[in-house]
Write a protein that binds this ligand. Sequence first.
Ligand SMILES: *[C@@H]1O[C@H](CO)[C@@H](O)[C@H](O)[C@H]1NC(C)=O
Ligand SMILES: *[C@@H]1O[C@H](CO)[C@@H](O)[C@H](O)[C@H]1NC(C)=O
Ligand SMILES: *[C@@H]1O[C@H](CO)[C@@H](O)[C@H](O)[C@H]1NC(C)=O
Ligand SMILES: *[C@@H]1O[C@H](CO)[C@@H](O)[C@H](O)[C@H]1NC(C)=O
Length: 572
Amino acid sequence: MSPHSNILRLLALLPVLGLYAAPIQLTAHLRQSNLTALESTFWEIADPKSPRYLNHLSLPEVAELIGASSEDIDSAAAFFAEAGGYDITVSNLRDAVTASFDGKPDVELTAKGLPRKSTHPSAVEFLVRHDDLPASTTTTTTTSSPSPLKIAASSDDSSPSYTISNIKEAYGIPTDYQATHPDTTQMVWGPGTFGYSKAKLEAHKIKEAPLINMDKVEFWTENHGTSGGDNFGEGQLDVDMITSFGLNVTTLVANTNTSASTEETTGFGAALLNFLTDLSSREEVPHVLSMSLGSLSSASCNLLCSEAVKMGIALTDCQAYISEQRQVCMYLSDDQSDRINTALQVLGARGVTIMGSSGDGGSHFSFGPFQGSGDDSAIADALNEVSCKFQMPVFPTASPYVLSIGGEMWEGNSKHPVTWAGYGGGSGAGFSVQFEAPPHQKSSSTVSDYLKKPGMPPTSSYNANNRAYPDMSAVGVMGTSQSCPITAGIWSLITDIRLNNGLPPLGFVAPRLWQVAEEYPGEAFEDIIGGNSNTSCSNGFPATDGWDANTGFGRPIWDGFVKHFAADDVHD
Ligand SMILES: *[C@@H]1O[C@H](CO)[C@@H](O)[C@H](O)[C@H]1NC(C)=O
Ligand SMILES: *[C@@H]1O[C@H](CO)[C@@H](O)[C@H](O)[C@H]1NC(C)=O
Ligand SMILES: *[C@@H]1O[C@H](CO)[C@@H](O)[C@H](O)[C@H]1NC(C)=O
Ligand SMILES: *[C@@H]1O[C@H](CO)[C@@H](O)[C@H](O)[C@H]1NC(C)=O
């Protein structure tokens, strides 16, 4: 995730400025069918012990399973037509209907310019609006966060040098190792100003990774993001890292710019939902998807305010306060997160390997403690107390359907990895508040054995039965926004070997990863011991021997990756 900075609340103004500059598009996400069957199919396809392992679903197969009923599709189409919509289309997955409008839809609208819930058919679960944001708001974010690159460059002479070749050496990856299959594809994503500049990538190539193939880096979307914005720096870091590690892999840079999509606030959740549902409905999907952005989960945010209320803070004041904090509470609801999870399952079942940064705020924060002045300081104090009393997971990385990637840094030299900490935060870690542990965590004693070790936070601060993260780690001295695309590039190289050998891509790899790490300790992952997710609180999850809720199984060992993930026969 990108480092926190205390700039601009200005983007909160966007919905007001952007209201209906015609033409616009509305997408209605419809109630899907057979979600229980989708989930069990997803796990079977991802489980190396299942007969369905790696039998990925085709797009029509998923549509057949989860597509909305014809009546529901007709009701959404009729609703749009009555509101003046035209060019009405149904998504390939048959779970969304989109229409264009010249100006305002002829129906009662919310303050955010979306049709009120009472006006639309019950089959419509979420509406997302797409249109052009006013140009002025996309170019004013020049005072963005401290550039991660600047921080790295100012490290003194005694600190280790985290160059691309040093990181590859630490993991045993030959510096010049490149993908050779023409189809291998990796993608990075973000909303708002998320993008990259060819000139900056060229400069990075010259300095650190001369074998980056510039011809294989493309924008996946028409919108390219804007230089100067916060997410532009994020996009650049993602592209620099994923292309340096996934050398010669086709790299797609995806940007979502729905009207409400900002780098802050709940527009982010809308953009993530929109992106994942759109991608999961495409004919062509990438093999690997890296997502560096996120914030506290919807359940963490609900917990924050429900606990603050017990301390005498008014619920509305708490909600107003957290909605103004940058990149802290970016999801609308638990329902929205569930819908995002469904899209993640579809993508995994179709063979996409998806990973998310574990976050930069340890196990208590999105980034760092809350700050406030005047009336706000009481709220900030209360929220900091609540944040330290509980572990506060972030999303999407705490989703059971994402491979969660933590951060490491080196003490003295590359042979001594510890948990990454910096910017007043540290590598994200912990247990989901809202999602159960996935089958591969439930069926092994790895997590419960870890929790028996000394130095654990109070058991009342987290739910030991829920999804534990991260799964693994890589260098994250620029935040876990760095470790995630590094890891993604490495999984792309493994995918490339598989494609060359006529094997399917790995899809959702976490169950196999856990199995390999448990059965062959020390072969594919080098344990990271040292560090804690406590950041500014007195409790957190320590990095210990073996898997821990801080660095996962540790960092990659290339030879072990090739042995255990590039071929399938070793597991028979
Ligand atoms: C999917 O749902 C439909 C009804 O919406 C049902 O007719 C069908 O049998 C279900 N398929 C599976 C595989 O569960
Ligand atoms: C959003 O994308 C469209 C093209 O897909 C583009 O015309 C528009 O300018 C973009 N908006 C912003 C704010 O970049
Ligand atoms: C890069 O990939 C292409 C396939 O797209 C392959 O033909 C080429 O040999 C690869 N380059 C190197 C240096 O391996
Ligand atoms: C966090 O944990 C580390 C290691 O266990 C400890 O040294 C440090 O004092 C703790 N920080 C706080 C704020 O308690």
